[in-house]
Design a protein around this ligand. Structure first.
Ligand code: NAD
Length: 260
């Protein structure tokens, strides 16, 4: 389905991004992986995807907190592969604190990585996608792009911003073969959420299992996590011909979180 296409997935050395990268590779896309981590583990991931799916996979360690680095990632990819078809803006971080105690440096970092990186990536990618008359931009927002929770001022602001940016880009690209959509996951069990489970367990003096049940029961009516593979499947669908007319919208994969 995506044979001959080239995809960048930011923040794909772990969690949801890795799940998305694998699903796109399964569909035949060549890939640029991005994100932090141990060099030998990243190389194992890279060569594993290449071997399992028979696609070309490169790794680029660009820091998504730096706008120029994001733009250079796009430029290097086009130079290396000769094209760019799919950009998945997925890299993200979390920090929780009441708004009046929220460290300004954490606010700046979350806004930079979770929102501004998508702006820089899209701005740099769109001319190439327009030239090709085909492109898919998928922004990994969150249920927190649609509704709020306490103690997540920066994250909720950034993710709402991501949904707004998605609408603008969807409108600006309408009719050029380039779509832009947001995916809004509920809880997905990744390192980003493991930390929040540990925090609940520590604060309340309960076990990891009890904290996990509390986390799900509070927000996610299905009482189950969405998986990185399911998020990958959603992104692959948005890259398919069935989604040619889906643009400027947000798709929830949240076990019912935002239905109530
Ligand atoms: P994760 O911590 O498992 O992965 C985050 C990835 O981003 C890693 O590859 C990490 O190296 C990379 N990253 C972090 N800072 C970076 C930087 N400055 N430059 C480049 N890469 C950087 O987290 P995850 O849960 O897989 O989250 C992925 C995305 O999904 C995030 O945008 C997150 O907000 C969103 N999301 C997650 C959940 C969830 O429940 N896990 C729910 C909704 C939305």
């Amino acid at each position: 389905m995506l044979k001959g296409k080239v995809a960048i997935v930011t923040g794909s050395t772990s969690g949801i991004g890795l799940g998305i990268a694998k699903e796109l590779a399964k569909a035949g896309a060549d890939l640029v992986l991005n994100g932090f981590g141990d060099a030998s583990e990243i190389e194992q991931i890279r060569s594993g995807i290449e071997r399992d799916h028979g696609v070309r996979v490169a790794y680029d360690g660009a820091d998504m907190s730096n706008g120029d680095a994001v733009r250079n990632l796009i430029g290097r990819t086009v130079e290396k592969f000769g094209r760019l078809d799919i950009l998945v803006n997925n890299a993200g971080i979390q920090f929780t604190a009441p708004v009046d105690e929220f460290p300004a440096a954490r606010w700046d970092a979350i806004l930079a990585i979770n929102l501004s990186a998508a702006f820089h990536g899209i701005a740099a990618a769109v001319p190439q996608m327009k030239k090709q008359h085909w492109g898919r931009i998928v922004n990994i927002a969150s249920a927190h792009g649609l509704v709020a929770s306490t103690h997540k001022a920066a994250y909720v602001a950034a993710k709402h911003g991501m949904v707004g940016l998605t609408k603008v880009v969807g409108l600006e690209m309408a009719g050029c073969g380039v779509t832009c959509n947001a995916v809004c996951p509920g809880w997905v069990r990744t390192p980003l959420v493991e930390k929040q489970i540990s925090d609940i367990a520590a604060q309340k003096g309960i076990s990891q299992k009890e904290a996990t049940n509390e986390l799900l029961a509070e927000k996610q009516p299905s009482l189950d996590f969405a998986s990185p593979e399911q998020l990958g499947g959603t992104v692959a669908f948005l890259c398919s011909a069935a989604a040619d007319q889906i643009t400027g919208t947000a798709i929830s994969v949240d076990g019912g979180w935002t239905a109530r």
